[in-house]
Design a protein around this ligand. Structure first.
Ligand code: PMT
Length: 221
């Protein structure tokens, strides 16, 4: 694999979870550690790309030669993503974006009251889909985290979100997916698919970047 495969290509990659505030001390989130997205950012930078990594809260150091933009909520992540779209030629949405956020964020800490409580949620914007529908559309890659019917649901997301490629991730297996050091995925595009067996996220990211670069130059020509 040619290590300068993406020389000078502007890329935006999202990684990690988002946090959706309930009040000043509580939030809704998920188990994403950011490891997969950071590994992709490092692999893309190694391949010569100019990478902006838009990251939800994680404990990871920023990879070398990568520009990181820190965000908290899905709405912050969308704004930071849109700010890169003027230059961005290749987008990878690896973040585990919260699908819903509390309809209202309380200004003060919510006090305990009854035995049950309700929080109304509203739908968050879909970042990868917004990117794929943008007028200056970059080649757009998404992930699909599923606990059942992996390939069928992933193909559905590929079509509905108008993506060029989707990386299907079985997150029911705790040895791979959320927070694990390893992953195993199936890359799916319109005309084909490729299963990549379990390995470390860094090694897997290098394989995905090579595959995505191939798709990128095929789509461009
Ligand atoms: O961070 P790690 O601990 O290393 O774990 C990696 C991972 C499991 C988080 C990663 O491999 C992964 O699967 N990321 C996608 C998680 C996810 O939110 O999947 P989804 O199937 O719910 O979403 C599908 C796609 O839409 C994703 O590209 C997601 O970024 C995007 N999305 C979803 C909702 C939303 N509001 N906006 C989005 O852009």
């Amino acid at each position: 694999f040619n290590s300068r495969l993406l020389d000078g290509i502007h890329m935006t990659i999202t990684a990690g979870p988002t946090r959706e505030a309930i009040d000043p001390v509580r939030y809704i989130s998920n188990h994403s550690s950011g490891k997969m997205g950071y590994a992709l950012a490092a692999a893309a930078a190694d391949a010569g790309a100019i990478v902006t990594l838009i990251s939800g809260p994680t404990n990871l150091p920023c990879p070398e030669r990568v520009t990181r933009v820190d965000v908290i909520s899905a709405q912050n992540m969308l704004e930071a993503t849109e700010a890169t779209l003027g230059k961005c030629q290749l987008f990878i949405g690896c973040a585990a974006v919260a699908d819903y956020r509390p309809a209202n964020t309380a200004e003060q800490k919510i006090k305990k009251d009854g035995d049950t409580m309700r929080i109304d949620l509203v739908r968050n914007p879909d970042i990868v889909s917004t990117v794929a529908h943008h007028s200056a559309r970059p080649i757009t890659v998404g992930f699909a985290a599923e606990t059942q019917d992996l390939i069928r649901y992933a193909r559905g997301k590929l079509e509905n979100k108008k993506l060029d490629l989707i990386v299907a991730n079985d997150v029911s297996n705790t040895a791979i997916g959320f927070n694990a050091n390893d992953n195993a995925v199936t890359a799916i595009w319109k005309e084909g698919q490729l299963a990549i067996a379990q390995m470390g996220k860094n090694q897997l990211a290098a394989q995905l970047v090579a595959l995505i670069a191939k798709q990128f130059f095929t789509a461009k020509n």
